[in-house]
Design a protein around this ligand. Sequence first.
Ligand code: BES
Ligand code: ZN
Ligand code: ZN
Length: 504
Amino acid sequence: MPDSSHRLIPAGFPLLPSLGAVPAVTVASAASTASVAVGYPVAPDGALPAELGLDWEALRVYGFEGKPGQTFAVPKLGAPDVVVVGIGADDVRTEAKLRDVVAAFVRAERRASALSFVVGESYPLDEVTIGRAVAEAAVLARYAYTPLKTSSKHVALAAFEIVTPLDSGLVEDGVQEGLVLARAAAVARDLANTPPGHLTAAVFADLAVSVGPKYGLEVTVADKAELIALGCGGILGVNAGSVEEPRMIVLHYVPQGGATAKTHLALVGKGIMFDSGGISLKPSDPMHLLMKMDMGGAAAVFGAMTALQDSGCASEVTAYLMCTDNMPSGSATKLGDVLTIRGGTTVEVKNTDAEGRLVMSDALVLASELKPAAIIDIATLTGAALMALGPSTAALFANDVPLATRVAAAASATDEPVWQLPLEKKYRPQIDSDIADLSNLGGKYAGATTAALFLAEFVGDIPWAHLDIAGTMNSDTDDSWRSKGATGYGARLLARLLVDYPTS
Ligand code: BES
Ligand code: ZN
Ligand code: ZN
C-alpha cells in the first residue's frame, strides 16, 4: 500500500462537490422580487426593458452597445437590479449563443445567489432547447472548484428563474435535461480539477462504486491482479513505475426494461491520473501542472454515464475507464520494452510518454469483444492535437462516416467543437516496429493521426470514433460557460450522443 499519510487528506474529503450544489432553476411569467438581479437580452438598438429606466443614448454614454457578452447593470432600490446583456446584431440566435448570453449575465452578477433572466416570446428556439441551454449556462458559468480553499469568496447560485411567456411545462422539461447535462460536465470538472494525490486510480474506483448505483450504473472494478488475469499488458506496463495500483473501472448502464435495448454502445476513457512522462520524463514546463487532467477522458465518460438514467437513454452502454498514473522509477517500463496488449498484440515502447494509447488499447479490445454497435473513445492523447486545433476544438477521428456525423452533431448541439482529421493510412508504417507488432511512437509529424492509427488497430471493423481532447480539457481563462481550469469537455457531448443514438 502506498503511504499517503503526509497529505493529511481528511476522511470524507468532498470528491464530487458539484453533486451537492445544484441550484433550483424555475420558470415563471414575472420576475421574482427575491432575485438580486434580472437579466434582459438586448440587441444593438433593440427594444429596451421599461424597468431599465434608460434609453440607448444613455446606455451608449456608459459604453453599452449590445455587443455579444457585454453587460450593463443598473442598481435599483427595493427591487432587483436590472442588467442588460448584449446579444449582438446578428439575428442567428442559436442554442450556443443563448448559453453565451446567460453565462455573461451569471458572470457579471457573480456575487448574487438568486437571479432571474428574461426570455421573450420572439426567441427563435423551441421551449425545451431554451430551458436546457439556460439551465446549462447558469450552472456551468457559476462553477468553481473550492474544496481545497480554507475560505472561499465564491457565492453559490441557489436559485435561477427563467422569466418567459412561453409554455412553462416545456421550458421546465428542458431545464431538467439541462440540469442533468450540466451536472455531468460539473462532475467531470470536479474530477479533473482534483489534485492527483487526492484522486488516485484506487480512490476514483472507490468513488465510482459508491456513487454509480445512484445513477443506475452497475460498477465493476479490475484491480492489478485482475488486470493481469485479463491480459491487459498496456495499462500494466504504464503502471509499472508507480507505487499506486492501477484500476480499470467498468460502468454498465441498462435502460429500464433493458432486456429490450437493441443498441449496445461502448465508451473508453483515458484515465492517466498524472502523466509525468515516465522514463521519457517530461521536461520542466508549466504545462505539466495540467497533467493531473490527463484523466479528462475518463472524467468525461464518468460524467456522461451519470446522465443516462435521468435522460432516459434507451441504449445499453458499457464504459471502460483506464486509470493509472505514469511515473518513472526503478520498476518503470524501459524504452525498448515490449508490452502485450489484451488479445496478444505486442507493442515496443519507444517513448513512455506515449502512454495513453497503451492503456486505451487494452480497453478497445475489451470493448470490441462485446461486439457493440459503436465504440467511442475520448483521451487527452497528444500535444499534436493541441498544436493543430488549439484549446477550443477537439480532434475527431473515425473509421465510419455515419458515426462521425453523429459525433459532430452532438458536438455542435453542446457547443463542444470537434474537427475531423483524416485517418491517413499512408502514415500507418510509422508505427511499425522491428521487433514487435507495433511501436507506440510515430514520426515527427501528424502526431494526433499516428496515435489514432495506433488505436484503430484494436477495434477491427466495429464503427469507432476517437476524440483527442488534449487541447480542450483545460481553459486558461473563464470563457462563457467554460470556467478556468478543467472544462469537463466531452461529458455533455457524449451524453447527448448516447441519448440521441437510434435504438433500432
Ligand atoms: N498526456 C499527453 C498529451 C497532452 C499534451 C495532453 C498536452 C494535454 C496537453 C500524452 O500522454 C503525451 O505525452 N503525448 C506525447 C506523445 C509523444 C511522446 C508521441 C506528446 O504529445 O508529446
Ligand atoms: Zn504522456
Ligand atoms: Zn498522457
